[in-house]
Write a protein that binds this ligand. Structure first.
Ligand code: ARG
Length: 458
């Protein structure tokens, strides 16, 4: 018998039952469902809608059901439609008429809205913990690699020298924003829909602020129709997850490039690489590739839910049941990727010499050479042209700017003196960049200090 079976004259078709049912996936939040019911029962008794001893019995049995489900002593019964019907039917089996009072002043619409919010709130916190682990690792690496010079790229062409600390610092900023985005999502999400009923509240004297407080919310939501049909917090969470995945994917792309035979900037640990079934020499960056690949899957969840929601009239519609599987999948994917990425990065070896040698090539000091001329009174556009000529000259003879003799420098501009060599040295090119946010040791140390304080206050 369905819990809504009263006005029906025959059984639901089996295919319809299977199509309609959600227990196979909403059983994931059985704990949240039971905790929500306990808060509801506590409030019903406080408000004298049910008797105290009834509440005591219901709460005891609800806790018992929760424990049995956790221990695997009680199994989900697939003939039940969803987690709400399942828990209620077990409770009625065990407590009889008292159990039938559980759903007083409640609808599955506010119940499911509550369960999903509780579950999401917890998952947002879990993702924050994983992000914090990654941020701590990045900060540690940033401190270790203040003088690990490497080329900075634009268009994947060598541009100007930076340090590994600075490069990793860019990712620190991205993941820091991600952390704050989750915090914002949590703030907005933290209001309880319980007590909104099917859509229009109830005539029972429910104390919604009380249940909200019991469940750790800031308060109760303002509008009962919005309460049962709001899935913004899921869309915001999926959007924050998508941005995290986008950042991870960009980082993975760089790891894959740095790990190529051509670059050899890094060496991935054997435990985080895989081999080939045919080519014995291979050591592939599969984990980085998989994380990059799974990014599409999380974006898919976001777009899917946005699409599900776009045409829905107020208030609850069954379409909303589709919010679950894809959100759970996105949550599990983001958590798995963050954990593995952090582990992979923490075991990666950075080949400092290779990075530094690479930074020396590709004329990464050409801008500094032009700036030298500017500092000696040459207008920047002329300086740009002069260094351009020198670069052509160097390409012709297969040399770097610093390999040229002073005569060769002077041949294109008499302004050059012997101090040019120091100005265009790799060290000077990096260390003279001291403006806020730049790679020079001084500026980078300031950034590290700021971020260290930020991490401490989390
Ligand atoms: N399984 C449903 C869902 O996930 C629960 C709410 C059912 N409400 C209803 N009016 N049929 O949305």
């Amino acid at each position: 018998m369905k819990l809504w079976g009263g006005r029906f004259t025959k059984e639901t078709d089996e295919l319809v039952h299977n199509f309609n049912a959600s227990l196979s996936f909403d059983s994931k939040f059985y704990k949240e469902d039971i905790e929500g019911s306990i808060a509801h029962v506590t409030m019903l008794s406080e408000q004298e809608i049910i008797k105290k001893d009834e509440a005591v019995l219901l709460i005891k049995e609800l806790n018992q059901i929760k424990a049995e489900l956790t221990e695997g002593k009680l199994l989900f019964d697939e003939t039940k439609e969803d987690i709400h019907s399942f828990v209620e039917s077990i409770l009625i089996d065990r407590t009889g008429d008292t159990g039938k009072k559980l759903h007083t002043g409640r609808s599955r619409n506010d119940q499911v809205a509550l369960d999903m919010k509780l579950y999401t709130r917890n998952e947002l916190l879990n993702v924050q913990v994983l992000l914090k682990d990654l941020l701590e690792l990045l900060l540690k690496l940033m401190k270790e690699h203040l003088d690990t010079y490497m080329p900075g790229f634009t268009h994947l062409q060598k541009a100007q020298p930076v340090t590994l600390s600075h490069h990793l610092g860019a990712y620190f900023e991205m993941f820091k924003r991600d952390y704050e985005r989750l915090r914002d999502a949590l703030e907005r999400c933290n209001y309880s829909p319980l007590g909104a009923g099917a859509l229009a509240g109830t005539t029972y004297p429910l104390d919604r602020e009380y249940t909200a407080k019991l469940l750790g919310f800031y308060g109760a939501t303002n509008n009962s129709m919005d309460s049962v049909s709001d899935r913004d917090y899921l869309i915001e969470s999926l959007s924050a997850f998508s941005i995290i995945m986008m950042h991870l994917s960009r980082f993975c792309e760089e790891i894959i490039i740095w790990n190529t035979n051509e670059y050899q900037f890094i060496e991935l640990d054997d435990a985080y690489s895989t081999g080939s079934s045919i080519m014995p020499q291979k050591k592939n960056p599969d984990i980085a590739e998989l994380i990059r690949g799974k990014t599409g899957r999380v974006y898919g969840s976001l777009v899917s839910l946005l699409t599900t929601m776009k045409g829905l009239p107020l208030a609850y519609n069954k379409d909303m049941q589709e919010d679950k599987e894809l959100t759970f999948d996105a949550m599990d994917t983001v958590k798995g990727c963050l954990k593995l990425f952090t582990d992979m990065l923490s075991t990666t070896t950075f080949c400092k010499d290779k990075m530094e040698n690479s930074a020396r090539g590709g004329f990464t000091n050409a801008t500094d050479a032009a700036d030298y001329l500017v500092n000696h009174g040459v207008p920047f556009r002329d300086a740009h042209g002069i260094i351009g000529q020198l670069v052509i000259h160097c390409i012709g003879k297969g040399a770097a700017l610093e390999d040229l003799s002073l005569e060769e420098f002077k041949a294109v501009s008499p302004v050059f003196e012997s101090d040019i060599y120091d100005v265009i040295s790799l060290k000077t090119c990096v260390e003279k960049r001291t403006t806020k946010g730049a790679p020079g040791r001084e500026a980078m140390s300031d950034a590290i200090r700021l971020n260290e304080d930020w991490l401490k206050n989390l």
